[in-house]
Design a protein around this ligand. Structure first.
Ligand code: PLP
Length: 262
């Protein structure tokens, strides 16, 4: 049997969430739900559940390089997404690997989990600014990550413009500034410095939002792998994540995951 034609292939370079709500696990579910073949380069293993991150173990850089080469040199990827990179050494390693492939890259500059657990060493921020963001097609910081990376604190929707300009100055082609932590509607700004796309969704009354950021970035990567433009991929990803948050469910004793089966 020749097998059916392969779906678009998307690679996530991120951390494992043992609870299945965020990280690699959320990424692969999103990629499947959006009709793509998901593949993974695991950067760190976390012991994690609905209550938070109990432990995190970065993998050696050699293991990250070997996973990446195994996937890219045989199967190939039409888009790559990065999430938790844990350490300065891994940020540098991944930035180098990404510079060696000519595909769209979605960088979710993951810093701290919703529970306040550090997912990136503080001394890795410079490598994110100067090595990783310059190779990004789209960077997707939330407002805490904007502050960590640029020093800018956003207080209202208008402030998203200054945040986007500061993030774009670090080198990504597009910045998607996620304003979900502001009060009111969940408003994000996507811009490449000339076009501006405002994405607005009503605030949902559901605290089970674990994995939101991973899901959004993976959905964008899946769209780009499928041939969508950046604005199309981001608009579709926002719809997908809004549906996943609406269907998020309680699990364990804390914050449950967004749902990919809706
Ligand atoms: N765990 C891993 C491995 C992650 O990559 C992320 C986010 O990117 C998180 C946890 C945090 O998820 P959340 O802030 O949605 O709870």
């Amino acid at each position: 049997m020749p097998g059916r034609p392969a779906p678009p292939r998307v690679l996530t370079v991120a951390g494992s969430d043992s609870g299945g709500g965020a990280g690699i696990q959320a990424d692969l579910k999103t990629m499947l739900a959006l009709g793509t073949h998901g593949m993974s380069v695991i950067t760190a293993v976390t012991a994690q559940n609905s209550l938070g991150v109990q432990g995190a173990w970065p993998l050696p850089a050699t293991a990250v390089v070997a996973q990446f080469r195994a996937v890219v040199d045989d199967i190939g990827a039409q888009a790559v997404k990065t999430g938790m990179l844990a350490s300065a050494e891994l940020v540098e390693t991944v930035a180098d690997l990404l510079a060696s492939v000519d595909v769209p890259v979605v960088v979710d500059p993951v810093g701290v989990s919703k529970h306040g657990d550090a997912l990136l060493a503080h001394d890795a921020l410079d490598a994110v600014r100067h090595l990783l963001l310059p190779v990004a097609t789209v960077a997707t910081p939330n407002l805490d990550e904007v502050t960590q990376l640029t020093g800018i604190a956003v207080a209202d929707e208008e402030g998203l413009r200054a945040a986007a300009a500061a993030v774009l100055a670090l080198g990504p082609r597009w910045a998607l500034i996620k304003g979900g932590h502001l009060p009111g509607d969940a408003v994000d700004l996507l811009t490449d410095g000339s076009a501006e796309h405002w994405l607005r969704a009503p605030r949902l009354d559901n605290r089970h939002t674990h994995g939101t950021g991973c899901t959004l970035a993976s959905a964008i990567a899946a769209g780009l792998a499928t041939g969508s433009t950046v604005p199309e991929a981001v608009a579709r990803a926002k719809e997908y994540v809004t549906g996943a948050i609406a269907a998020g469910f309680a699990l364990g004793g804390g914050i449950g995951p967004v749902d990919h089966g809706h």
